[in-house]
Design a protein around this ligand. Structure first.
Ligand code: GLU
Length: 430
């Protein structure tokens, strides 16, 4: 490619661009040769977001000064239905990160066949620095700013890193007040008192566990007695860890932003959940050994669950990893270079777009329940969740075997085929 051509391409569309968007573009390049010719001609659709909104979010701080935050909402693709995806509050949020997260939502929603496109939102803020009322004002102002593109039929936010049911309640209220009537279906992951769904809070972690069991069955790994490493002990990592422990596995090491702890006999995940809720992190958990963060990756386990942020498994640590199965609770935790190294070492990677799809699957159930104002039992929800996840996994596993590709490439083949078939049959307009 000539320098002139290179300059003509905006930097965010360039696969050499580092970070999550670069990772995503490489994943698309890997899947493209496996798509049917009539779909390949639409591949560019996946390499650029449909719509990206950057908003200024000014709020009054408690001390009377005004502070501005930068927020984003990206709709990557809406060929199969409304945009759908979480909202993240983090000090490192950037537009290109939100673009990647939105794109992975398009792939994820298609991989489990829920009738959504992909979207994601983010605000660059460290929410731990804000009081509760500052957080509320920021959420409400952000919602008002993105009001023009969200809605129950157009784009439906949900919780993600550092956002929760309360944040969703403020979003739903702000959107509804601007509209003039209550619209519960504008967000999912709401409190139960507001049209939220039973089982939604645990759904992502539960899905991680269900998919881990399916993968384990394929390569003859037992859950009973298995050793588990978990990175991130929030809603996803914490729930998955508890389910593993309840079913006879041993969570031997956990890492989060406060440090890394280890107990080869197995950590008490219920007590650890309480400790994290009280102290903000795993550091200082009584009875566990504190170890250097870099040692986390080399601990021998049967399952490694990255459930924190992107790019955590990369060319620097992938060769040290000693596990049988990586189950991606986080979005984008493994770089393409690390994917190759893990495959060389015969470590099975179950990608984010299937492994953590439990959250958005129950979000879909919540949205359906809101529209019909008829609510299901928790048992019904968990049963349906299990079925959706297992069926999606089985289909993807089959493609991986048939085409001799990684489970990630197989999931992308299934998802991109669904998205681009919709794109193709819809045609261009105007
Ligand atoms: N934030 C979650 C994810 O990354 C859930 C999104 C949703 O429920 O819309 O999948």
């Amino acid at each position: 490619m000539s320098t002139e051509q290179q300059h003509a391409i905006p930097s965010y569309l360039n696969a050499d661009h580092l970070g999550p968007w670069g990772t995503y573009l490489q994943q698309i390049d890997r899947v493209a040769p496996y798509l049917d010719a009539h779909l390949q001609r639409w591949i560019e659709t996946l390499k650029r977001p449909k719509r990206a909104l950057i908003v200024d979010v000014p709020i009054h701080l408690d001390n009377g000064t005004v502070k501005h935050f930068e927020g984003y909402r990206v709709q990557h693709n809406t060929s199969r239905g409304p945009g759908k995806g979480g909202l993240r509050y983090h000090q490192d949020v950037t537009l290109s990160e939100v673009m990647a997260l939105a794109a992975w939502m398009s792939i994820k929603n298609a991989a489990v066949n829920v009738p959504y496109g992909g979207a994601k939102g983010g605000v660059r803020v460290d929410p731990r620095q804000l009081s509760l009322s500052e957080l509320e004002r920021m959420t409400r102002r952000y919602t008002s700013e993105i009001n023009v593109i969200i809605g129950p039929n157009s784009d439906i936010p949900a919780p993600d890193v550092n956002t929760n049911e309360q944040v969703m309640a403020w979003m739903m209220d702000t959107y509804s007040m601007n509209l003039g009537h209550s619209a519960t279906g504008v967000v999912t992951g709401k409190p139960i008192s507001l049209g939220g769904s039973l089982g939604r809070r645990e759904a992502t972690g539960r899905g991680v566990y269900v998919i881990a069991c399916e993968a384990a069955r394929q390569i003859n790994v037992e859950i009973e007695g298995a050793r588990i490493a978990v990175q991130g002990f929030g809603n996803v990592g914490g729930t998955a860890a508890r389910l593993f422990a309840e079913n006879g596995a041993k969570v031997v090491t956990v890492q989060d932003h406060t440090g890394t702890i280890m107990s080869l006999g197995g950590l008490d995940t219920v007590a650890l959940t309480k400790h994290v809720a009280e102290t903000g992190g795993v550091a200082g958990f009584p009875g566990a050994e504190k170890i250097p963060d870099a040692d986390f990756w080399a601990i021998e386990t049967e399952f490694l669950i990255p459930a924190a942020l992107e790019g955590q498994i990369n060319e620097h640590n992938a060769s040290k990893i000693r596990t049988r199965i990586v189950v991606e609770g986080a979005n984008g935790p493994t770089t393409p270079e690390a994917d190759d190294l893990l495959r060389e070492h015969n470590i099975l990677v179950i990608p984010d777009v299937i492994a953590n799809a439990g959250g958005v699957t129950v979000s879909y159930f919540e949205w359906v329940q809101d529209f019909s104002s008829f609510f299901w039992t928790e048992e019904e929800i968990n049963q349906r969740l299990d079925r959706v996840m297992r069926e999606a996994f089985a289909g993807i596993w089959l493609v991986a075997q048939e085409k001799n590709v990684s489970v990630r490439t197989a999931a992308f083949i299934v998802a991109c085929t669904r998205i681009l078939t919709a794109r193709d049959v819809r045609g261009l307009y105007p």
